[in-house]
Design a protein around this ligand. Sequence first.
Ligand code: SF4
Length: 455
Amino acid sequence: MKVFIQTYGCQMNKLDSNLVANSFVQAGFQLENSPDSADIVLINTCSVRQHAEKRVLSLLGYISHQKKSRPEIIVAVFGCMAQRLKSELLSHEAVNIVCGPIQIPQLVNLVNKAIDNTTKQAVFSTDIRDLSQQQTELLDDFETSYDSAEEHLPAQAFVRVMHGCNNFCSYCIVPYVRGPEVSRPPDKIISQIQRLADTGVKQVTLLGQTVNSYCYKGFSFAELLYEVSKIDGIEWIKFVTCYPKKFDEKIFSAMADLPKICRYLHIPAQSGSDKVLKAMNRGYTCDEYLNIIETARQVVPDISIAGDFIVGFGGETEEDFQKSIELIEKARYKNCFIFKYSPRPGTRADDKIPDDIPMEVKKQRNTELLGVQEKISSELNKNFIGKTVKVLIEGTSKKAHLASGEETNHPQLIGRTAGDYIVVFNGPQNLAGQFSDVKITKTSPLTLFGELTAG
Ligand code: SF4
C-alpha cells in the first residue's frame, strides 16, 4: 500500500517523519509523493503556532473531500497537535488514527489494525509529564532502528540527543505535548552516529529542544561533543537549539578545541526587555543573555550566532520593543528568526496574559525587526567577498537564476558553511553531499554567491 507523509513544524518533526517513513518502508509499504494517490495519509503536526494547526485542518478538509470518492483512505494524525487535541481530533470525519509524538513507534501497527478494522483509534499520553522508562526505551529503539541519512540532504543526518523540555516558557506548548527532558544514553548516541558514518554520513546535527541541557547520569553535553568528535567519517558536527540559561561554558571550550564542531550557535533571546522575558518565564535577563554571547565570542572568536525573537507578546510596549531592536544591534546575529506572538491554548500565557497587541502592530514590529537584522546580515555577509569558504553541498538550488549571472552548463547548487551561511554557486549536480571550496564574489542579506574553486 502507498503511504504519503506530510510534515509540519520543526526539525524534530522532520526527524520523526523520517523515522516513521523508514518504519513503514521496512514494514512493506511504499512511499508516495501525493495524498491524491496514497492509500494511507500520515500527517505529522505542529502546535507551536496557530498557523501550523490551521494548515493541518485545511489538509484534513481536502482529504475529507477525497474520502467521498475513496472512503478507504486511512488518515493518521500524529505529533504535537495530536497530543494537544487528543480525542477532539479523532472526531474529525477524515481522521482514523490519532497518535501522540511519544507513541510514534506504534504507528505501523495502528495503521495495520485500521486496514483490518474500521474502528477509529487513538493513542497518546494521558499524563505527558509522567513518561515511563519503557516508553523512553521504545522511543530510543525506534530512533536507532529506523534512522538514516536525510533524503534531501545527502551525507547529512539528524540525531536526537534528548526529548522534551523542562522550561515551561509561558507561551510555549512544547513541554505539554513532548513531555519532560529525557537525555538519551551517550553510548547509544555514539553507536548510532558511528553507524550513520559507516553509511556515508559526513555531517551530523545533534537535536534537542534545549540541547545544551543534555545530561545523562552526570555526563554533560560538552563531554558528548568530545566523544562524537572521535567518530571516524564524521567531519562536521552541528547542534540545535541552545537555551540561554545555565549555559555550560565548557561547550564553548569544546567548540574551540575540536575542529569538527561547527562554530555555529543558535540561541534564541525572544525579547530584549527584561520585563517581557520575565512574563515569558525565560529565566534570564537581557544582560545575562549578552554575557553568554560575549563569552562565546571570546572563547570561539569566529563563531556565528543566530537568534529568535517574538514580537507582540502580551503587554509588550513600544519601549520593550525598542529594547529588542537594541539587543539585535548589540548581538549582531548572522540571522534571526522573528515570529509574531500567537497565544496557544493550554499555555500559561494564554491563560494569564491578555493578547493585547493588535495584529497590525505585531506585523509592523515584525517588519521593523527584520529590517534591522537584514542590515546587520548584509554587513556581515559583505565581509565574505573575496574570501574562500568550505561548504557541504546540499543539492541544486530552488531558485533558477545563475549565481554569477554568466551562462554555464552547470546548475545552481546550494551549500552551507560550518557557520551555517547559505552559499549558492554553479557546479556539477553530482557534488551533492561533498565538501567543496567556494570563492565568494557577491552577497545578499540572506545568501553568499560564489564560484567553485575545488571539488
Ligand atoms: S525552552 Fe521554552 S520555548 Fe523552547 S521548547 Fe522549552 S518551553 Fe518551549
